[in-house]
Design a protein around this ligand. Structure first.
Ligand code: DC
Length: 225
């Protein structure tokens, strides 16, 4: 089981991380949240006072960044240069700028390298936008998770309220931000958000977490048999 790779791709707030975490836990695989990596780069850019539109300055910052994950009590903790940024990478400010930063060639190259390195030594459930198409094209299982924009915005809204992050942001604003991010992520030049030709699409609209996990497990069992 050591080198089995499960790729979960899809648009923002489709439930990728929730499902990927449960699957990784049940299979005793390592969960890799690749969106968190792009969010870390974006946070570092903003904290350094760099304009996210300045590709050269963003690229120059890359060698100074060390991104690591540690299993936490309730959720995985994310560290940027040994600082716990688990919550700091989830703010509106990071979310609004991450698509721009994630579109840069050298940012993608550095993150892809890091992601492949983790997958080389572990069974992984990796979630993102380009895992099935670019990062792990030979993954044994590829799932493309989707849900309606309305439902994704509602999920993000509930999550924000529960976690006390950006609680003032309205549902309408979240919906708009998700639509913008979908557009940018699927229209960028390098590794855009796209369903791999051999991925199985799973629409989670109206489904509970348990129902999605069950369906994902059916897909995994079929693919691994
Ligand atoms: O999954 P998320 O919302 O945390 O991802 C944040 C952003 O990172 C998303 O808008 C696009 C980018 N991303 C990417 O370009 N490639 C990935 N594999 C994962 C995320």
């Amino acid at each position: 089981m050591k080198s089995i790779q499960i790729a979960i791709d899809g648009p923002a707030s489709a439930g990728k991380s929730t499902i990927a975490k449960i699957l990784a836990n049940d299979l005793s695989f390592v969960y890799v949240d690749t969106g968190a990596m792009y969010r870390c780069v974006t946070l570092a850019v903003l904290e350094a006072g760099i304009d996210p539109a300045d590709e050269q300055a963003v690229t120059k910052l890359l060698p100074e960044l060390k991104i690591t994950f540690k299993p936490g009590a309730s959720e995985q903790q994310v560290f940027l240069n040994d600082n716990d940024v688990t919550e700091a990478i989830r703010t509106d400010r990071v979310a609004k700028n991450v698509s721009q930063v994630a579109a840069y060639a050298q940012v993608r190259e550095a993150m892809t390298q890091l992601q492949r390195q983790i997958a080389k030594d572990n069974g992984v459930v990796m979630d993102g936008r380009d895992i099935g198409t670019t990062v792990l094209p030979d993954a044994a299982v590829k799932i493309f998770l989707i849900a309606s924009v309305q439902e994704r915005a509602e999920r993000r809204y509930r999550e924000n309220q529960a976690k006390g992050i950006d609680t003032q942001t309205s549902l309408a604003d979240l919906k708009k931000a998700i639509e913008e991010r979908d557009y940018l992520d699927s229209h960028r030049e390098i590794s855009p958000l796209k369903k791999a030709s051999d991925a199985v699409e799973l629409d989670t609209t109206g489904l509970s977490i348990e129902q999605v996990v069950d369906k994902a497990k059916e897909i995994i069992a079929q693919k691994l048999n």
